[in-house]
Design a protein around this ligand. Structure first.
Ligand SMILES: NC(=O)c1ccc[n+]([C@@H]2O[C@H](COP(=O)([O-])OP(=O)(O)OC[C@H]3O[C@@H](n4cnc5c(N)ncnc54)[C@H](OP(=O)(O)O)[C@@H]3O)[C@@H](O)[C@H]2O)c1
Length: 247
């Protein structure tokens, strides 16, 4: 797929240069709520890939404990792996890229409290606002449209993206699974930010980061997790998604 730039705009388009995407090895990745399965799982895979990771928690002590456990696991695969822990405030302040991996219930209050520490940074929201009843999982209605759009509204000075909604924490934690068969949809308004997050997804073997549209399209990506959980329950698996026919 492609399109041509016509007429007077052509010259303008030719001269536009995209901002460079920094090398991930030079950055620190923060994981808010990194003591839970999702944050821990992603942190483990990133540490194994050689990235510097800081686990965040409401309690510095819990963060340090989780970081020590992850460091031990990661170092057994990559001796130079680095994982540290801090309270969420310290984690957000220390990191260049910050994953939000807390339950939907705590999303609004946590992000509101970290607005200053997250200013100017790439924030990655993986939160799925879901409910569960007798019929199984279902997407909750979110006033802003999605968790990611709520993050963008609460963090006007941050570069908010949405990604990692469909990756299974169980698979991430299992280092006997060397490659994870998954596309990670990355949404956002800022091309350099979504490129950076795609590159972060690509550090996990088998995973491919794919641009998935603007944040106004995050609601259905978050909601799709309800379908994946229903699939997992029926087929006793950890299902993910793949996008076909990409170059
Ligand atoms: N689990 C998965 O497979 C998966 C997959 C894709 C996306 N996600 C999304 O990732 C997020 C985290 O999932 P999870 O399964 O890891 O969740 P979780 O275990 O319920 O929560 C993660 C961490 O968040 C912190 N936390 C709990 N309540 C909080 C609150 N009210 N305010 C601030 N922090 C709070 C806790 O850490 P401290 O007590 O140490 O602060 C907890 O360890 C969820 O939004 C989920 O939708 C999960």
């Amino acid at each position: 797929m492609g399109f041509k730039v016509m007429g007077a705009n052509r010259h303008l388009e030719d001269t536009v240069t995209e901002p460079a995407v920094p090398d991930l090895a030079s950055l620190t990745i923060g994981v808010l709520g990194g003591t839970g399965p999702q944050g821990k799982g992603l942190a483990l895979r990133w540490a194994v890939a050689g990235l510097r990771v800081v686990i965040g928690s409401r309690s510095a002590e819990r963060a340090e404990k989780a970081a020590a456990e992850l460091a031990e696991l990661a170092v057994s695969v990559n001796p130079s792996a680095e994982v540290s822990g801090a309270d969420n405030h310290g984690c957000a302040a220390a990191a260049d890229l910050v994953l939000v991996a807390v339950p939907w219930d705590g999303h609004d209050a946590l992000l509101t409290s970290l607005r200053e520490q997250l200013a100017g940074k790439i924030v990655i929201d993986c939160v799925n606002p879901l409910g569960f009843d007798k019929q199984g999982p279902f997407p909750l209605r979110v006033a802003e449209g999605s968790a990611a759009q709520q993050a963008a509204a609460l963090l006007p000075e941050s570069r908010v993206t949405a990604a990692f909604h469909h990756v299974s924490a169980v698979t991430l934690a299992d280092l006997s699974v060397p490659k994870i068969d998954l596309d990670v949809l990355v949404l956002g308004e800022d091309r350099a930010a979504t490129d950076q997050v795609r590159a972060l997804a690509d550090t996990i073997p088998g995973v491919r980061g794919v641009y998935g549209g603007r944040l106004r399209n995050a609601g259905q990506v978050e909601a799709l997790t309800a379908n994946l959980i229903a699939i997992n329950r029926r087929y006793k698996t950890h299902a993910g998604i793949r996008i076909t026919d990409l170059p």
